[in-house]
Design a protein. Structure first.
Length: 404
């Protein structure tokens, strides 16, 4: 979205819709219960992408794993494996991919040498809701003018990230974002405070300026993006921090107000509606008090394991439940783009990905977010994908000493 706190790193449609999808309350909350071992009915392991992109994604997961101690442990359901074993697992898989000429041979080799786990959402529903996200390319400038008026802010130095577990053991793992007002600790500025109240103006926090406040909101939702400058040069920005306020769904707000029908909601329809109704743009955007701050990136976008994401090969999952950097196989739906740039059809697809990111609303075993890239197809797929599918994890069969 893209560090661990990539608060809004997910596809616009799902973040904007918010509570439209009927989640069931009996969600898995423990890593040991997030994956179930598959003993029968393995998938066919067909992959719709090129092997070079898969090799690149694997290489990037290995970069992450190589930086860890060999005995760092990763949980796969009821089993646990060391970082050393996961590295060997990815290297073994890479060799098998190179040597397997068809899906039948691949399946045979993987069944012989690997274990397979499936995301265990909750009783009665084993499907996972897939959404997508992308890296927008937006016109901008390093200085404000009559066209570029809306700033991308870096993290302010008065933003405090407080670990409550340091004060009370029962709050271990919980954090708040705040600022000081004299001797009082208070919530950080809201989106309205920043955009309308200009709370951060004059503090030299601007990285660049964009033309439209909706572009800022899209950039914040996606978690990173590229800014194309008037001279043709580009800069890349990525998530650094948020203001700590809870995300409120502007899509849900627009549906409730009757501005957009629920069945037609997408990034594209929201942009079109706000272009036609500029008088209510501030009202809609400021309904969401959450705000994201950025930093300059040399490359990217960067996932929560600290490596660049690979378009179509990087997946965002709940990093509290699933092993980071792990090899994943998915089955879902993807759009086919027509000549006019719209969706001509939805078709089934399957492929191998790597778990390399997370997101603020990617919570539980029933959510997965595909990083599509930065081209027009990526925006189309990210703006419309909201389909159920399946998520599997693969790891090499271990010695008995490797399994808990």
């Amino acid at each position: 979205m893209f560090q661990t706190y990539r608060y809004l790193l997910v596809i616009v449609i799902f973040l904007i819709i918010g509570g439209c999808y009927p989640f069931v309350k009996k969600e898995v909350k423990e890593p040991s219960k997030a994956l179930k071992k598959v003993r029968y009915f393995w998938p066919e392991f067909q992959d719709d992408m090129d092997t070079d992109s898969l090799a690149l994604a694997i290489e990037r997961s290995l970069q992450y794993l190589n930086a860890l101690n060999d005995d760092t442990m990763f949980t796969y359901g009821s089993d646990a494996f060391s970082a050393e074993h996961i590295r060997k697992s990815l290297k073994t898989f890479s060799l098998i991919i190179k040597q397997s000429s068809d899906s039948k041979k691949l399946k045979r080799e993987l069944r012989k040498r690997f274990l397979l786990y499936k995301s265990a959402r909750f009783r009665g529903n084993k499907k996972v809701l897939f959404t997508g996200y992308f890296e927008p390319i937006l016109d901008g400038n390093l200085e404000p003018d009559s066209l570029y008026k809306h700033p991308i802010y870096r993290m302010p130095d008065d933003l405090l990230r407080i670990n409550l577990g340091l004060f009370r053991p029962q709050y271990s793992g919980e954090r708040i974002i705040a600022r000081t007002d004299g001797q009082r600790l208070i919530p950080y500025y809201t989106r309205r405070d920043i955009d309308e109240g200009r709370a951060l103006e004059g503090r030299d926090l601007e990285i660049a300026w964009l033309q439209d406040p909706l572009d800022i909101a899209i950039l914040q939702i996606q978690g990173s993006g590229t800014v194309k400058l008037p001279d043709g040069e580009t800069i890349r920005v990525g998530y650094h921090a948020s203001n700590g306020h809870p995300y409120k769904s502007i899509g849900r707000y627009m549906i409730d107000k009757g501005y957009i029908a629920a069945d037609s909601l997408s990034l594209q329809t929201i942009r079109s509606y706000l272009e036609d109704h500029p008088d209510i743009k501030e009202e809609i955007l400021n309904y969401n008090p959450s705000y994201v701050f950025f930093r300059l990136l040399d490359n990217g976008p960067i996932g929560n394991i600290g490596v660049p994401l690979t378009p179509g090969r990087s997946l965002a999952l709940d990093d509290r439940l699933f092993p980071k950097g792990a090899l994943v196989y998915i089955r879902c739906q993807k759009p086919i783009m027509g000549e006019d740039g719209t969706i001509a059809a939805w078709v089934p697809f399957s492929r191998f990905l790597l778990n390399q990111d997370t997101g603020g609303v990617i919570k539980g075993t029933g959510r997965a977010d595909i990083f599509w890239g930065s081209d027009p197809y990526a925006e189309l797929a990210a703006g419309h994908l909201k389909h159920e599918g399946e998520v599997y994890f693969l790891v090499k069969k271990p010695d008995s000493s490797n399994v808990r």
